[in-house]
Every structure is written in structure tokens, then in C-alpha cells.
Design a protein around this ligand. Structure first.
Ligand SMILES: Cc1ncc(COP(=O)(O)O)c(C=O)c1O
Length: 386
């Protein structure tokens, strides 16, 4: 059994999450990385590499592509060919290169808001325009608005849709039916789907992650997928991601954009960590992590039901990001972020970071030891009492 309860000090390690808070008392529950040590199988593999002591330029070996393909086939039922895979230094660099490759400035890119903030910057930085297809809130969950999507996709300048599956911050793990319907609409209007599936390993029981490209041949042919073990194995700092497309012409265009953006080199640690993550021991650790996160989610919801009933939560089907409706406070999300940081030493993400649909919401990262998560909730509750 792995011990996810261990409180590990991250302050003083140049951690973005912990060390960019000015105040030493701040409890950071914002940016999406975890306060858990990664799987021992990764640490061992990295240790062996460190001990070699030479860290020159890296080539990505065939075993990398085979490990990615075998993992997705075994764990997620997607039989992809190793030659469909390209690598780059992260999912955001991947999204940016794909947009550059498949649009011209002035084109429109659809995103289902509220959504991961770097979708906005990667669209904007490539000279494209965001076409929002806002998700519809229904009780404690979100649904896709297919009627609105039909209208947005019909815009002749709409070229791509950035899909977030599972969705950050809406907590949805999209079903096969939803993905099929989305692709039917996109296909009808010549919109290609870019599936950001970085959160795909973090799915709770009762829900199944369906790789978009595995839904049908139509979905495969109309999509490009981005994945990385970085979220699930807590190795975002090692900077590696895979881009998967079955279309050789599309791959050549993306490869060219990766070169233009000069993000064609990865480091030795990312490659080694990916291979170790996508192993049987990596999988065993991951299963225990998911069980722990699921228990955190349960404890989070139980605490809120008892002490914070005026702040409705979104049901989490996957990821470790709670999405809380704080409209009862009558403050803007940005103001809440500042006030919580100043008065409660609690650092959450303002919902508006994910688009205007997030106004009044706050995002909590619960990928930490349960005692630390509960301390965050206590700070929030005490702040309200004052
Ligand atoms: C949906 C999504 N995509 C991409 C990323 C970041 O990817 P990377 O660190 O590989 O650039 C995140 C990080 O939170 C995310 O939530």
C-alpha cells in the first residue's frame, strides 16, 4: 500500500504551487499538480538515469512509442499504432503547434467553456479567435450544448474544436454518446477535434474514460489527441506529452509547427518517466492514487454538505479539481481569490480564469493528503465565520 497521507514539505523546492506564495502560512490549493510523491517505479528509473551523470541531448527510443501505444490499448481499449505518436514538451506546446498547423490567423477555434485557461492563450497566440460553446449547468453537473455547437460549428471560419476529456474544471468524463454526437456535428461542418486527454487516467469508479479517437473510425480520422502521464503521475515538471494522429499528412504539418515553435526537444527524464509510468507497477500505484482521490472527493463533499451548504459543488467524475459555486458570497471570483489569500491564507483559483462562465466559482485542487485538504476547508469555513 502506498502512503498518500504523508505530509511532504514542498516549500523550498522551487515549486510553483508552494513557493510563489509570498507568505509562508499560505496553503496552496490552486495550480493542478499534486502534493504526493510519484510512483516508486518512476523514482527508481529516474535515479538510475541521474546516476549516469551525463545529460546530453536525448533521442526518443522506439520503446517510448511502444509504451504509450501498449498502455492505451491495455488500459483504455484504444488500439493505436506507435507510428501515429509524436512527442513534444507538454500538452500546451502540443495544442499550440496543432493550432498553428491547422489554422490560419483569423480562423476560429471552438472551446467548451468554462475550460482550462491555456486553451484561450493558445488560440489567441496563434492569431485565432475563440468561439465559445458554453457548457450548460444542470443541477450539480454540466452538459454539452449541442444546439449551440451546431450553430458555432456552422461558422465557415470555425476550423477546430478543443475538447477537454475529462473536463477541467467541469469534472465531466464525457460518454461515448456525447463524443459521438459532438463528432457528428463537427464532421458535418468540417471542424476537426483536438482532444486534450491529459486528465484521462484520473477517472472515478462508475465512469469510464473513452478516448475520443477510439469511438469510431470517423472520430479517429477527424481528430488529433494529446496525452501525457504528467497529471496522473505528478511529473508536470518533466515536460513531455504525446500527440496522436492516424493521418500522416496531418502529422507532417504538426511536426513542422513543432519545429517552427522550437519545442522539438524533450529531456531524458520525461522519456524515462513516461515509460515507467505506463508499466504494470505504474498502474498499480495509479489505482491506489485514484482510490485515495475518490475518498478525498467524498470527504470534501461531506464537509461541504455539513458546514458549507450554501456553496454547491459540482459532481466530480474525474480529475482532482473541485468546482464550487460561491455566488452566495456576492463577490467576484477574482476578489474572492484575493480575500481568501489575504484573510484565510488559502490559495484557490478564481473561476473566471476558465472564462466568464466561471464567475462566482472557485476551483479547489484536492490532490493532497486528506488532512491538508480538510485544513483548507477549515480555513474557508473559519473565514466565513469572521
Ligand atoms: C486540460 C489541461 N491541458 C493541459 C494542461 C497542462 O499541460 P502541460 O503541463 O503538459 O503543458 C493542463 C494542466 O492543468 C490541463 O488541465
Amino acid at each position: 500500500m502506498y502512503n498518500f497521507d504523508e505530509l511532504i514539505t514542498r516549500r523550498g523546492t522551487n515549486s510553483l504551487k508552494w513557493d510563489s506564495a509570498g507568505h509562508a502560512d499560505v496553503l496552496p490549493m490552486w495550480v493542478a499538480d499534486m502534493d504526493f510523491r510519484t510512483a516508486p517505479v518512476l523514482i527508481e528509473a529516474l535515479r538510475r538515469r541521474v546516476e549516469h551523470g551525463i545529460f546530453g541531448y536525448t533521442q526518443v527510443p522506439p520503446t517510448y512509442y511502444e509504451a504509450v501505444a501498449a498502455w492505451f490499448a491495455r488500459r483504455h481499449g484504444w488500439n493505436l499504432q506507435p507510428e501515429w505518436i509524436m512527442y513534444t514538451s507538454g500538452v500546451v506546446p502540443a495544442l499550440s503547434a496543432i493550432i498553428k498547423a491547422l489554422t490560419v490567423p483569423g480562423d476560429k477555434v471552438i472551446a467548451q467553456t468554462p475550460v482550462y485557461n491555456c486553451f484561450f492563450s493558445s488560440i489567441r497566440n496563434n492569431g485565432c479567435e475563440l468561439l465559445a460553446n458554453p457548457l450548460r449547468r444542470e443541477n450539480d453537473t454540466y452538459r454539452m450544448d449541442f444546439d449551440d455547437l451546431e450553430r458555432k460549428a456552422a461558422d465557415p471560419r470555425a476550423k477546430l474544436l478543443l475538447l477537454c476529456n475529462p473536463h477541467n474544471p467541469a469534472g465531466r468524463v464525457w460518454t461515448r454518446e456525447e463524443l459521438t454526437r459532438l463528432n457528428d456535428i463537427c464532421l458535418r461542418h468540417g471542424v476537426r477535434v483536438v482532444a486534450d486527454e491529459i486528465h484521462c487516467e484520473l477517472v472515478f469508479s462508475g465512469h469510464t474514460y473513452t478516448p475520443f479517437a477510439s469511438v469510431s473510425t470517423e472520430c479517429l480520422n477527424n481528430s488529433i489527441t494529446c496525452v501525457s502521464p504528467s497529471k496522473a503521475f505528478n511529473i508536470a515538471g518533466l515536460q513531455i506529452a504525446s500527440i496522436i494522429s492516424s493521418d500522416a499528412d496531418i502529422r507532417a504539418r504538426i511536426e513542422r509547427a513543432i519545429n517552427i515553435n522550437e519545442v522539438c526537444d524533450v529531456n531524458p527524464f520525461g522519456v524515462i518517466a513516461t515509460e515507467a509510468a505506463y508499466s504494470a507497477e505504474g498502474e498499480e500505484w495509479l489505482l491506489q492514487l485514484i482510490a485515495y482521490l475518490e475518498e478525498n472527493d467524498r470527504a470534501f463533499h461531506a464537509f461541504c454538505a455539513e458546514h458549507l451548504p450554501q456553496f454547491p459543488l459540482t459532481r466530480l467524475e474525474g480529475t482532482y479539481l473541485e468546482w464550487m459555486d460561491c455566488t452566495a458570497l456576492h463577490l467576484s471570483s477574482e476578489k474572492m481569490e484575493h480575500v481568501l489569500l489575504e484573510k484565510a491564507q488559502l490559495w484557490l483559483n478564481a473561476g473566471t480564469m476558465y472564462g466568464s462562465e466561471g464567475e462566482g466559482y472557485m476551483r479547489w485542487n484536492i490532490a493532497c493528503p486528506r488532512s491538508r485538504m480538510l485544513e483548507g476547508l477549515e480555513r474557508f469555513a473559519e473565514f466565513l465565520q469572521k
